[in-house]
Ligand binder design. Structure first.
Ligand code: FMN
Length: 326
């Protein structure tokens, strides 16, 4: 269980917001396999305030897609506060602020991980967002720092966040400069956990039950957030949750279950995003078999497929290579 202000989540394992991946079909499949809390894709506060159609599209959900968080990236306390009020009115269960995005077009305007270097601006943003909502929790997801891997930048921001009434923090154990290189520093996440009283969620490099347990044990965190480990493997959340709760890990899915889940993902993609489904299903189909040796030909055929119907046929006819003894 993970409690964030008044929000009680049944599992301490939650899904990470990931631009380009965590759309409604992704979340629906993950929930069908045991995920309890999900995020829509990151949205820009200025676009919310401007009423952008594309942003409304990204916020689309369904009754089964609950509880649900929204993550915002933004540049000024004013637009982030206004957008937070609008997101609460839109019915989200949690509003997260992005202090981790390393992308230049965001950091050069002073958003995402660039805010880690500006404590005064961070304070103004946190206070503004907290005071513009009634009861929904406002949380912050950050990297360990902008350039400094010691974690001092994140520690300073964590203290400010707690003072301003932020309800929980997620820490990805790498700096902006590190990108995705090396391994996430779980000990540094643990130092932040020790420094604050609000819940801290650890993030980085969880790909199975064992790595989930290691993150939890080393950092002492209250919960864990899984990003890339859930791409093409929606079973990761239940596997991690079982191990953290001291239950035996459920059996890994067999080939037929992976195939039927992928076909389910395809139908949901076609239903919710009919125009983009063909383009999106290429990389989604490849991601489901990324762990499987000998699936190279399958991935090549998927990438060459000219239509969504062709992709469906390739998946339906796909069988694992049979090992023949001479
Ligand atoms: C394709 C991609 C898109 C991402 N988009 C976001 C995002 O919109 N917001 C965010 O806070 N983090 C984003 N991240 C970072 C992840 O949420 C996560 O913090 C990071 O990948 C480390 O966790 P992991 O090892 O479990 O993936 C993204 C990562 C990837 C690979």
């Amino acid at each position: 269980m993970l409690k964030i202000k008044s929000l009680c989540l049944p599992s301490a394992v939650i899904q990470s917001p990931m631009s380009g991946w965590t759309d409604l079909p992704f979340r629906r499949v993950a929930r069908e396999k045991g995920l309890s809390f999900a995020f829509v894709e990151m949205i820009l506060a200025d676009a919310v305030v401007a009423g952008s159609e594309r942003t409304l599209e990204m916020m689309r959900s369904s009754p089964a897609d609950r509880p649900l968080g929204v993550q915002m990236v933004g540049y000024t306390p004013e637009s982030l506060s206004r957008a937070a009020g609008m997101m609460e009115a839109a019915g989200f269960d949690l509003i997260d602020l992005n202090l981790g995005c390393p992308v230049k077009k965001v950091t050069c305007k002073g958003g995402g991980s660039a805010i880690l270097k500006e404590p005064d601006k961070a304070r103004a943003i946190f206070s503004g967002m907290v005071s513009s909502v009634n009861k929904v929790p406002i949380t912050v997801k950050m990297r360990l720092g902008y350039d400094d891997p010691s974690g001092q930048e994140a520690l300073r921001i964590a203290g400010i966040a707690e003072e301003c009434g932020i309800s929980a923090l997620t820490v990805h154990g790498r700096t902006r400069r590190q990108g995705y290189s090396g391994m996430a520093d779980y000990e540094a996440i643990g130092r932040i956990k020790k420094a604050v009283r609000i819940p801290v969620i650890g993030n980085g490099d969880v790909t199975d039950g064992r790595s989930a347990q290691r993150l939890m044990e080393v950092s002492g965190c209250d919960g864990i957030m899984i990003g890339r480990g859930g791409v093409g493997y929606p079973w990761i959340y239940r596997e991690a949750a079982a191990v953290l709760e001291g239950r035996p890990a459920p059996a890994a899915p067999g080939f037929q279950e992976i195939k039927s889940t992928l076909l389910r993902h395809l139908e949901l993609q076609l239903f919710h995003t009919p125009v983009q489904a063909h383009f999106l299903m290429r990389r989604i189909a490849c991601s489901y078999f990324k762990r499987m040796a000998g699936a190279g030909e399958f991935r090549d055929r998927i990438n060459d497929a000219g239509s969504i119907e062709e992709i469906r046929d390739i998946i339906e006819l796909f069988e694992p290579a049979v090992c023949r003894t001479p």
